[in-house]
Design a protein around this ligand. Structure first.
Ligand code: ADP
Length: 628
């Protein structure tokens, strides 16, 4: 019989697959079983409408039969089967679906062999372990049955055979063992059992195998010298019921963890598992996970948010974005609802009211889970917040702040007094009687903010300060505007709402000095003021109006042309010796006094983390003062 050639692209792939030193050869079984299950799905669907078929759902099954003598593994299903055309089209070429995607990706990454395991590579993967594959099959509605045979890349044959039952039988004749590879392993019952558990546990039809056990013979049961015998029993190897359909109390955390790491390709266990079952306007079950670390691609467009959506255990879509809100986009999981039809299109899904209701419930559920973790499992919550806190803050700011009330109690900031992350409600509960505002200070690091002169008075008064070390922090607080009716106030604001009685007199008699400095600096500052908040430092810059220095820095990087600048107020500490010296010089050496004003202004810029307009002029100035 003439051999037919595989289509050229199939041949290339086949070569690659067979000859690759691929470590996960075992996935072939998952692929074959999944094809069998798909084939049964198709016939099962027909059985619903065709009484003549005489099959019930419970009649469908997949059987595995290892045979050590002939070194074959036979996988049989009573699914829809294939006719001659199907065999040509489906097994003669890599036509569509997963395999096609694989081929395209393969073209991009020519020699990246490892990619094989990442797609449903399907039927062909069996050639990783097989030297010959025989497919005996009879399609539903057809009289003829066929045998397809191939030994790999050199092609395949198809011939007509006699076969009574509808369905497909795939006989895999294993490759010879080599020094590195023991293919016989795939004939061992324990190996097959463990592969089914690992990859095919939720296949909805029973996967059956005759399993050999050992027992004491009936005759020797009561004797002192018991004899043993082997006996076989047909066992169902898969649990069939998906994890999320089982009751929470019947599933161990290890099982959930394993499901998570297997399904979502994660190296780490989840930080939290959320199981929910809802009956009502819409009925659904959800199994969700909060990851313990930020996925490596989380901040790239490769990362896809969404939950897997099933309808009664059958996957509708791998990534239903609508099910999770943007601010919880790190949550992974699945939702299973019988209320949606399998054939629902993506466009319809987006507008489906039931889906919207589920999404709203899920949003609430995740929020509650995080709140309870914050209350009862602080250590893990902080771990979570370090991984995904930025996402929550971003959630407050985005969509014009409509989610801020939902998210505000989940936020954490580093506290100056507690030296750790605290919540806003904890801050407010510690506020002093005379404290008007929730204070915060911005800067790149905790050490930097600790040393800011602006925070001196707040520190000395014992007011707690929240440290904003991330770019988005200040925007987050400004979007919140207030918490528990307490407004937020930046340590760099000109008015901290604190009366400092100590230098009141000096402040009142400082007009001449302030005018002098303002005239000297001109437009560089919008105001010069006597500071009420400095204690040991001579100067600081504070911002007036809506734009803070941190925002100025942010806009300088994202919109450099907009020229958005904070209004600079130079605050002078009138009690400081350097400022006093400048004041004295106005009477005796006004030129030198002007130089002092320039130097102090530049120092204030430096402390605020803003660039000095002309660094060499500044160093010349300092040197000229040192030389006098
Ligand atoms: P995929 O499953 O990704 O479509 P495969 O290479 O695994 O690709 O299979 C190709 C096609 O062959 C399947 O889509 C299906 O139409 C057919 N097929 C494979 N195995 C069976 C089977 N056991 N019964 C019926 N059809 C099958």
């Amino acid at each position: 019989m003439a051999k037919k050639q595989f289509k050229s692209e199939s041949k290339r792939l086949l070569d690659l697959m067979i000859n690759s030193i691929y470590t996960h050869k075992e996935i072939f079984l998952r692929e074959i079983i999944s094809n069998a299950s798909d084939a049964i799905d198709k016939l099962c669907f027909i059985a619903l409408t065709d009484d003549k078929l005489g099959l019930n759902r419970s009649d469908f099954k997949i059987t595995i039969k290892p045979d050590k003598e002939s070194r074959t593994l036979t996988i049989t299903d009573n699914g829809i089967g294939m006719d001659k055309n199907d065999l040509e089209n489906n097994l003669g070429t890599i036509a569509s679906s997963g395999s096609y995607k694989f081929k395209q990706d393969m073209n991009d990454k020519n020699d990246d062999i490892d990619i094989i395991g990442q797609f449903g590579v399907g039927f062909y993967s069996a050639f990783m372990v097989a030297k010959k594959i025989t497919v005996n099959t009879k399609k539903y509605g057809c009289e003829e049955a066929y045998c397809w045979q191939s030994s790999g890349a050199d092609g395949y044959t198809i011939k007509e055979i006699d076969k009574a039952d509808i369905g497909t039988e795939i006989i895999i004749e294993l490759k010879d063992n080599t020094d590195d590879e023991n293919y016989d392993e795939f004939l061992e019952e324990y190996k097959i059992k463990s592969l089914i558990k690992k990859y095919s546990d939720y296949i909805r039809y029973p996967i059956k195998m005759d399993v050999t056990h050992n027992r004491v013979t009936e005759e020797t049961k009561d004797s002192d010298n018991p004899q043993y015998e082997d006996y076989t029993e047909t066992e169902t190897l898969n649990s069939m019921i998906p994890l999320w359909q089982r009751r929470k109390q019947d599933v161990t955390q290890e099982e959930y963890d394993k499901f998570y790491t297997d399904t979502f390709m994660s190296m780490d266990k989840p930080l939290r598992t959320i199981v929910t079952s809802v009956e009502g306007v819409v009925t659904y079950k959800a199994l969700m996970f909060i990851p313990s670390t930020t996925p490596y691609d989380y901040y790239t467009k490769e990362y896809k948010k969404g939950l897997k959506l099933y309808s009664s255990g059958v996957l509708i879509t791998d990534n239903c974005e609508e099910l999770v809100p943007e601010h919880f986009r790190f949550v992974k999981g699945i939702v299973d609802t019988a209320d949606l039809s399998l054939n629902i299109s993506r466009e319809m899904l987006q507008h489906d009211r039931r889906l919207l209701t589920i999404a709203q419930n899920i949003d609430k559920k995740i929020k509650n889970e995080l709140s309870s973790m914050l209350k009862s499992d602080r250590e893990n919550y902080e771990k979570f917040f370090k991984a995904f806190g930025s996402q929550l803050k971003f959630g407050v700011v985005s969509d014009y702040g409509i989610h801020k009330d939902e998210l505000k109690d989940l936020l954490m900031f580093y506290s100056s007094s507690e030296k750790k992350l605290v919540t806003l409600s904890e801050y407010v509960s510690r506020m002093k009687d005379d404290q008007k505002f929730i204070y915060y200070a911005t800067g790149d690091s905790i050490a930097y903010i600790d040393a800011l002169p602006q925070t001196e008075l707040l520190h000395s008064k014992g007011f707690e300060i929240l440290y904003c070390t991330e770019k988005s922090d200040e925007f987050t607080l400004q979007t919140l505007m207030q918490y528990d009716e307490k407004k937020f106030c930046s340590a760099s604001n000109d008015d901290l709402g604190i009366e400092n009685e100590e230098n009141k007199e000096e402040v009142e008699n400082s007009d001449a000095l302030l005018n002098f400095v303002k005239e000297t600096l001109g437009d560089k500052v919008s105001e010069v003021a006597a500071s009420k908040k400095l204690v040991s430092h001579p100067v600081c810059l504070t911002a007036k109006g809506g734009i803070s220095f941190e925002m100025e820095k942010y806009f300088a990087t994202v919109q450099p042309d907009a020229g958005l600048k904070a209004q600079r107020v130079l605050e002078l500490n009138l009690s400081h010796p350097a400022v006093k010296a400048m004041k004295a010089l106005i009477e005796t050496d006004i030129e030198k006094a002007k130089k002092y004003a320039e130097v102090l202004y530049s120092q204030a810029l430096l402390i605020a983390g803003l660039p000095i307009e002309n660094p060499s002029e500044y160093t010349d100035l300092v040197c000229s003062l040192m030389a006098t």
